[in-house]
Write a protein that binds this ligand. Sequence first.
Ligand SMILES: Nc1ncnc2c1ncn2[C@@H]1O[C@H](COP(=O)(O)OP(=O)(O)OP(=O)(O)O)[C@@H](O)[C@H]1O
Ligand SMILES: [Mg+2]
Length: 277
Amino acid sequence: MHSDLIAAENLAYNYQDGTRALDGVTLSLPHNAKAAILGPNGAGKSTLFLHFNGLLRPHSGLVYYKGKALQYHTKALQVLRREVGIVFQNPDNQLFSSSVFQDISFGLMNQGCNPAEARRRVEEVGSKLGIEPLFSKPTHFLSVGQKKMVALAGVLVMEPELIICDEPTAGLDPGNAERFMRVLDELHRQGKAMVISTHDVNLAYQWADVVWLLNKGKVLAQGSPVEVFSQREVLKAARLETPWLLETWQEMAALGLASPNLPPRSKSQFRQTLIKP
Ligand SMILES: Nc1ncnc2c1ncn2[C@@H]1O[C@H](COP(=O)(O)OP(=O)(O)OP(=O)(O)O)[C@@H](O)[C@H]1O
Ligand SMILES: [Mg+2]
């Protein structure tokens, strides 16, 4: 576990009003892995994310990054936050500069990056996300989905090792959701690790290497998408459906219409499992 990129060990956290948001969470993310965390509203997903870059400090338990327990003094947190970037669930918590361009470049300028290099990086990320036309717009005039894309850009330009996105596709149209996930995949191919939270079981099943299920501050399951989504009782407890690909394949395999050996993770793999009459 301590050889993983980031790990939580027996984390517990209570908010000031006494809400126990995390209750003994132990999980870990291997280097260069893509993880999806799922669970009902209030399960503790966002609270866990805030522990990953030290914005919240656990009441008990430890967070390890690259094998070392987090330290909470300013210097250590500055270093950590350069490596662990978070896109918050609500982009209004992230955007505060007057224009989109300024907002995306804020972190870089703050770190002393020279303006030409900052412009190059902002333009590169902006073009990948298709938000260049918004550069001169005031952030408060953006639509919700546009704000989300801009908040993502502001994190990506910092080139963090671990990218954490809290419900990245919520509120995005299908084209932008796909673009967003494509950019994450490209970063993954470049060696980055990432964690997203989502309520979309189909996205998690097809995209993630590792799935974490959280409910009432506790881990209900963790493992590969096939391992986790094959546990019907656990899904029921987390009020989640079986992903359509897995369910359709299970039914067809039971009828002898699909090969029962390897559950497909994509439509093309699904086609290959079909047994032709
Ligand atoms: N600042 C706060 N003060 C008190 N309780 C809080 C605070 N923030 C979150 N909580 C509570 O902590 C629990 C976990 O909340 P959290 O936001 O982590 O859930 P979540 O899994 O991200 O939910 P969602 O799917 O709705 O985003 C909830 O019961 C919530 O009401
Ligand atoms: Mg949340």
